[in-house]
Write a protein that binds this ligand. Structure first.
Ligand code: IPE
Ligand code: IPE
Ligand code: MG
Length: 239
């Protein structure tokens, strides 16, 4: 079992685009939903690895703004799975000292899903270990637009002067205002794109892409990414 000292540096915040559930299922002649079910099990392996090495924040892209375009049957299955996942895993999250949070246009989720989400967030709110942030009905462009609207409201209310707006002030109007920017972004299943994920926050994040499909992703692949992260030299535009 590796200790945190076995890694050159530990990312404080890891973000993951969990992709490839459908292909995993297709390879096995199973319906896509079975891939999503298997993918939900991967989450536990990753949160455990995060806790093991001391990652503080883990953001998981679970459902994008664009995923609403999928066939209604798949969307319904994903929403049901999400609700089930939250209901079943909340006791485990409490046991693992995980604090659950969510970002995205949460009001777009079915009502029963929203209710369960808020119950799970509330039930884990006192936990002090890993903060697990689920991105749900999330889109980076939508988040930026919501941020702009929130800024304009602050100005209208007289809480903010236009001249005071800088990157730090703007960050405080995003869904992610309570979290640091991700240090490491992992995408599974080999696609080389961001798919509208955390567009503002990923400016200087280290990228790591693996062909492994999300249901096959586990502790070892995760630790490989973290090891590689430790070898990167982050310059943030400086020397
Ligand atoms: C990721 O797997 C899960 C979601 C986007 C909800 P996909 O469903 O995108 O799987 P592929 O990309 O079709 O294999
Ligand atoms: C990104 O995966 C969204 C999530 C993982 C939730 P997609 O499968 O939706 O992305 P594209 O369509 O391949 O870009
Ligand atoms: Mg996909």
């Amino acid at each position: 079992m590796p200790a945190a000292k076995d890694f050159k540096s530990i990312p404080r915040h890891v973000a993951i685009i969990m992709d490839g559930n459908g292909r995993w299922a297709r390879e096995r002649g199973l319906p896509r939903t079975e891939g999503h079910r298997a993918g939900a099990e991967t989450v536990r392996r990753v949160t455990e690895a995060c806790t093991e090495i001391g990652v503080e924040f883990l953001t998981l892209y679970a459902f994008s703004s664009e995923n609403w375009k999928r066939p209604a049957r798949e969307v319904a299955a994903l929403m049901k799975l999400l609700e089930q996942f939250l209901r079943q895993k909340t006791p485990e999250m409490i046991e693992q000292n995980i604090r659950l949070q969510a970002i995205g246009r949460l009001n777009d989720l079915p009502k029963s899903c929203q209710d369960q989400l808020h119950r799970s967030i509330e039930a884990t709110s006192q936990n002090s270990g890993l903060t697990l942030i689920l991105a749900l009905s999330y889109g980076g462009r939508e988040e930026i637009l919501d941020g702009v609207k929130s800024l304009l409201e602050s100005i209208e209310r007289g809480h903010l002067d236009k001249g005071m707006i800088d990157t730090e002030v703007f960050s405080k109007h995003l869904y992610t205002r309570y979290y640091p920017d991700p240090d490491l972004l992992i995408r599974t299943s080999g696609e080389l794109r961001l798919s509208n994920f955390l567009l503002w926050q990923l400016s200087y994040t280290e990228l790591w892409i693996t062909p492994t499909l999300w249901p096959d992703f586990g502790r070892e692949t995760f630790l490989e990414a973290v090891r590689e992260y430790g070898r990167r030299q982050r310059r943030f535009g400086g020397l």
